[in-house]
Structures are given as structure tokens and as C-alpha cells.
Design a protein around this ligand. Structure first.
Ligand SMILES: [Ca+2]
Ligand SMILES: [Ca+2]
Length: 271
């Protein structure tokens, strides 16, 4: 339908009112400003301000070293590395130790780890832990098995120990309860044994280890009457294998949780 003249006018005014792009120049009133020329060049945008060049980071100067950490999978497969290996007081037995933010990992190899070994129900692997080495706290001697125990090295006082019975049917985490008393905790260390290889983890939370160092001593015993013996101690030369009514240990592994040094670094031998 054709628009009437009045309708067309209203429609065009409405269009003009809506337009901004075509808004006419409005004199501000001074009358001195020349109207912009239709071909006035666009106002130049200021040139972009150059971003300042990246400041070179200064090279690290004596940057703090990383800390040593290695997570082991408890699956019966040996995944310890060369720097985590330790000779023991027995030629046929080797120890492995490493750690991460969550656990201390310990492994042993040797014929008596095989559950069918003779006297398997009377052979044990012990791992005693000092959560504050040097602080003169905790037990100065191990728990007695039959007639044997160990006396700890200077500076080592145990708060906990893990024990593994070589028939592979029993292992626990024990807590020092004062004097010669120990009590079994509810934390059973994850462990896996395959043939002559045993690996287990001691959760740092289970031993209430909140400091930056942890002391560790490990060894094995046979508690069978008549053939009692103490052997396979961590660190070759720690003690002389044999019957140990009070076997004097002379060395422990001092784990420094803030150090980049690997487990078998000579600096970790204490005292
Ligand atoms: Ca493993
Ligand atoms: Ca202690």
C-alpha cells in the first residue's frame, strides 16, 4: 500500500532521528571554528607505545638445590636406583633406601627373604626409625627377641620400627612406649615380596616425622634358640655378624629431607 505524504515525512524524520552516522555538524556557537572538511584526514592515533623489552632474569647465583626424592612402587619389582643401594654386614644381603614427600622406602635382597628359607618364622628384618636424630629422644636399644637386642649408635634414639617376618605372613609398625616397651600401631607398612626381594614403605605420617631429618638402621636376626644371630645390617662394617645379646650398632643412615644428596651419599652416614 502506498504511503501518504504525511506518512513518508514521518518515516523519514524517524529515520534521521535514529541515525548517528549521518548526524549533521552542529555549530557550538562561537562561529569561529571552521567546519570540518569532508575530506579531513582521520586524526592520527598515537603510535603504539612500545612494550618495554623483557628484563633479562639474572642468572641464578647459588640457587638453592633441589631436594632428593624418588617414589617407589610397592609391587615386588626392584625399582630402586644405583644411588639407593647399600652393602650390609652380610655378603649375600643388600639393602636399598630412598624417600619422597610421603614415605621412606626400604628394600632388601637375600636368601632369607625367600619365605621357604630355614627358620623363616624366626627370622626377622627390622627397620628402626629415629624421627629426630641427635635429639636424645626415644629408645636407645631395640626390642628384645628371645635373648637378642641391639644397642643403637651414638645420637640415635628410636621412636618406631617396622618388622617383617621372613615367612612373609606377618609385618607391623611398632611404636616406642617408653623403657623397653613397644606397642603395635594401626599402620601396616605397605609391602611386597617376590622371591629373594622385599620392598616396603613406611609412611612419614605414620611415624609422626615432621622434622627435616630421619635416622634409620636396619638389620636381620634369627631368634631361634641355639642358632640366634644378628646379621645383614645396613652399612657394611656397622657391626660384626653373630649372636647379639646387646649388639652394638655403630652407624645409621641420616636422611636429610632438605638435601639433594642421594641416599648412599657418604655424608648421610652418621654419627
Ligand atoms: Ca617396586
Ligand atoms: Ca629420637
Amino acid at each position: 500500500m502506498a504511503l501518504s505524504a504525511l506518512q513518508r515525512t514521518t518515516f523519514l524524520v524517524a529515520l534521521a532521528g535514529c541515525s548517528t552516522a549521518a548526524a549533521p555538524f552542529l555549530d557550538s556557537g562561537t562561529g569561529n571554528e571552521p567546519p570540518p572538511r569532508p575530506d579531513a584526514p582521520p586524526v592520527d592515533m598515537p603510535p603504539p607505545v612500545d612494550m618495554p623489552p623483557p628484563v633479562d632474569m639474572p642468572p641464578p647465583v647459588d640457587a638453592p638445590p633441589g631436594i632428593y626424592s624418588h617414589t617407589v612402587t610397592i609391587d615386588g619389582v626392584d625399582d630402586f636406583t644405583a644411588v639407593e643401594q647399600f652393602a650390609t654386614t652380610s655378603n649375600g644381603f643388600a639393602a636399598r633406601v630412598t624417600w619422597d614427600a610421603t614415605n621412606i622406602y626400604i628394600a632388601y635382597t637375600g636368601a632369607d627373604i625367600v619365605p621357604t628359607t630355614s627358620d623363616a618364622k624366626q627370622k626377622w628384618l627390622f627397620a628402626y626409625v629415629d624421627t629426630d636424630p641427635g635429639a636424645a629422644t626415644g629408645a636407645t636399644e631395640s626390642q628384645t627377641y628371645n635373648t637378642q637386642k641391639a644397642k643403637f649408635p651414638a645420637g640415635f634414639g628410636a621412636e618406631f620400627y617396622a618388622r617383617w617376618r621372613c615367612d612373609a605372613t606377618f609385618h607391623t609398625l611398632e611404636k616406642h612406649a617408653g623403657g623397653a616397651s613397644w606397642s603395635t600401631t594401626g599402620a601396616v607398612p605397605p609391602a611386597s615380596q617376590v622371591g629373594p626381594y622385599l620392598e616396603f614403605a613406611i609412611p612419614r605420617v605414620a611415624i609422626e616425622a615432621t622434622g627435616t631429618t630421619i635416622g634409620l638402621v636396619t638389620w636381620m636376626i634369627n631368634e631361634k634358640p641355639g642358632v640366634e644371630g644378628t646379621f645383614a645390617g645396613l652399612f657394611q662394617g656397622n657391626f660384626t655378624n653373630g649372636y647379639g645379646a646387646a649388639m652394638q650398632l655403630t652407624k645409621y643412615l641420616r636422611i636429610d629431607l632438605t638435601s639433594q644428596n642421594p641416599p648412599n651419599d657418604p655424608g648421610n652416614v652418621a654419627p
